[in-house]
Design a protein around this ligand. Structure first.
Ligand SMILES: O=C[C@H](O)COP(=O)(O)O
Length: 263
């Protein structure tokens, strides 16, 4: 049985003071319950601070990006080993904001996935179609391409350190147009099928596939109770402790032992 997975992606938000308070509130609010795997991904400058606050908690630290080289003349970039040094266990790669706003290609994302897995980081690989691609019935082709290239460097030995986040681009930061639980379930089933073709059925059944795109406490239970929807990659709602904790509770299927009520 796959463990539910909830990741907070703070994107380019917070300040040091806010990051510290938010981390503390989330770590305290989660208590000792381990039914849901929880990860916080702050901006690079706050990784050390957040990592420090998470010590002794059951929340893992993740980064939002990396550069696929061990070191070198790459001004402004951050290497996989630097993330490890800072205590990161996870890294988000292939996020649509990097694909579409910053122009990252499938080939570059493939390099990043390889670099992350090579040093022992766990990868959360984001895939998803734009609204135009969905309207043109290209969703499957887009996911095929993104998965085919994004997973090219994954091997039997590194498979267990990979999860997928399905994020339809049209649903991100868009409360009036988020995907329905059925749309998420269908896309996840397609991703699992493709994964099975690449790596075999046991690997496909073990694969954790999260949904991202305006996940809010109100719809989290309906979404996360769907077969094959194993978690949530949460943006906006992870910037406040109460809604984020509520989403974790929804993922656990109900009140969690040792989890204080959000408030
Ligand atoms: O990484 C998170 C996703 O892009 C979702 O962001 P959002 O919850 O603000 O729509």
């Amino acid at each position: 049985m796959r463990q539910k997975f909830v990741v907070g992606n703070w994107k380019m938000h917070t300040t040091a003071a806010v990051a510290g308070r938010l981390t503390q509130a989330i770590a305290d609010g989660l208590g000792s319950d381990t039914r849901v795997r929880v990860v916080l991904c702050p901006p690079f400058p706050y990784l050390a601070l957040v990592g420090e606050r998470l010590k002794g908690s059951r929340v893992a630290l993740g980064a939002q990006n990396l550069y696929p080289a061990a070191d070198g003349p790459f001004t402004g970039e951050v290497s996989p080993t630097m993330l490890l040094d800072l205590g990161c266990q996870y890294v988000i790669l292939g996020h649509s904001e990097r694909r579409h706003t910053l122009g990252e290609t499938d080939a570059f994302i493939d390099q990043k996935v390889r670099a992350a897995l090579a040093v022992g980081l766990d990868v959360i690989l984001c895939v998803g179609e734009t609204r135009d691609q969905r309207n043109a019935n290209q969703t499957e082709a887009v996911l095929d391409r993104q998965l085919g290239q994004g997973l090219a460097g994954v091997t039997a030995g590194t498979l267990a350190r990979l999860s997928i986040a399905y994020e339809p681009v049209w649903a991100i930061g868009n409360l009036s147009h988020h995907a329905t639980p059925q749309q998420a379930q269908d896309a996840h089933a397609g991703i699992r099928r493709r994964f099975g073709l690449l790596f075999g059925e046991p690997a496909a059944q073990a694969l954790v596939i999260s949904y991202g795109g305006s996940v809010e406490p109100e719809d989290a239970a309906a979404l996360l109770s769907r077969p094959g929807v194993d978690g949530a990659l949460v943006g906006g709602a992870s910037l406040h402790a109460d809604p984020f904790l509520a989403i974790v509770r929804a993922a656990s299927g109900g009140p969690q032992t040792g989890v204080k009520a959000a408030g």
